[in-house]
Write a protein that binds this ligand. Structure first.
Ligand code: FAD
Length: 292
């Protein structure tokens, strides 16, 4: 199918984009990489009268890091974030998650901001941003809001972003010290959205105990999931098989997956626990390698 007719706007500055959005807020859609939106347009599941393409706004593509902050522009692509040394050094969980997103062609066009704004509960980056306590920066013609990731994701494809707002940037406090990360998935075919995904980023103290741990899951509820009880079970302790088993069980108890054509809820729940235990082990091994 083909989309319904729309007017395409291609602003070259953020100010221009925000003015267009203010003029057409309830009839406009923002176009980023188009990897989710274009299929929705073609199936006529989205019928905007105006498309505001962010692709010519260079300022939105930047990835920057200073001592206190990693800043990823909304229009940075999955590929550019995956190849960025600033991302690898500050938030290795993003680096580990990116290769699991779709196929290379989609990663080349799909954007970090598009994925986070789209808020698919099966997508890797919304869950990763939740785990990393990212700050989502939303801009409109009337100002800027900083939204904690935990307050941003409301439900399946639903966020607290307003109709006249753009996601301009994602900010993350850089990791320090012996930090390791891992992202693991179970899916039916490579490149498809996974049935379940689990990511862990952790920092080890000099004596080997876990100082700071973040665990996220995809595909286990209507929005990205953070496994806070499993995090608490590991905090301040060395990674042992007994604690991994405890973490896995607490994840199985805390997630709320659904049955669908691809897998039962029970299968997803079981896999979620197993993947979290394996991801913690892999992240811990990764952190140990940092010291060598
Ligand atoms: P678009 O498609 O352009 O936009 C998506 C939505 O977000 C639209 O509603 C748009 O208006 C809004 N939006 C975009 N940018 C902004 C912004 N800056 N501010 C406000 N709103 C904005 N993703 C995964 O995470 N994992 C996968 O395994 C995966 N597999 C895929 C497989 C296929 C075959 C395809 C086609 C896609 C897959 N995707 C997957 C989706 C892909 O990652 C997309 O890149 C991503 O979901 C959306 O990014 P985009 O830049 O293409 O956004």
């Amino acid at each position: 199918m083909k989309p319904v007719d729309f007017t395409l706007h291609q602003p070259t500055s953020l100010e221009e984009a925000l003015a267009l959005l203010a003029d057409h807020a309830d009839t406009a859609k923002v176009l980023a990489g188009g990897q989710s939106l274009v299929p929705l347009l073609n199936f006529r599941l989205a019928r905007p009268e105006h498309l505001i393409d962010l692709g010519r706004i260079r300022a939105l593509k930047a990835i920057r890091r200073d001592e206190h902050r990693l800043s990823i522009g909304a229009m940075a692509t999955h590929t550019s974030a995956g190849r960025s040394n600033a991302v690898l050094g500050s938030a290795p969980l993003i680096h580990r998650a990116v290769p699991h997103i779709a196929h290379q062609a989609i990663r080349t066009r799909g954007t970090i901001g598009g994925s986070v704004a789209h808020a698919d509960p099966a997508a890797e980056l919304p869950a990763v941003m939740l785990a990393l306590d990212a700050t989502i920066v939303a801009v409109s013609h009337s100002g800027t809001r900083e939204i904690a990731a935990k307050d941003f994701f409301v439900g399946n494809l639903i966020t607290t972003l307003q109709e006249d707002e753009l996601l301009s940037e994602i900010r993350i406090v850089p990791s320090t010290g012996r930090t390791g990360a891992a992202f693991l998935e179970v899916g039916r075919r490579r490149g498809d959205f996974a049935l379940v995904g689990a990511g862990t980023q952790l920092r080890l103290a000099d004596d080997g105990v876990v100082k700071d741990i973040k665990i996220c899951l995809t595909g286990v509820s209507g929005r990205p999931h953070r496994a806070e009880e499993a995090e608490a079970a590991l905090q301040g302790k060395p990674v042992t098989q007994e604690l991994l088993d405890t973490a896995a069980e607490s994840v199985r108890d805390s997630v709320d997956p659904s049955d669908d054509l691809h897998a039962t809820a029970d299968y997803r729940r079981d896999v979620a626990g197993t993947l979290v235990a394996r991801a913690i082990r892999a992240a811990s091994d990764d952190a140990h390698r940092v010291t060598k």
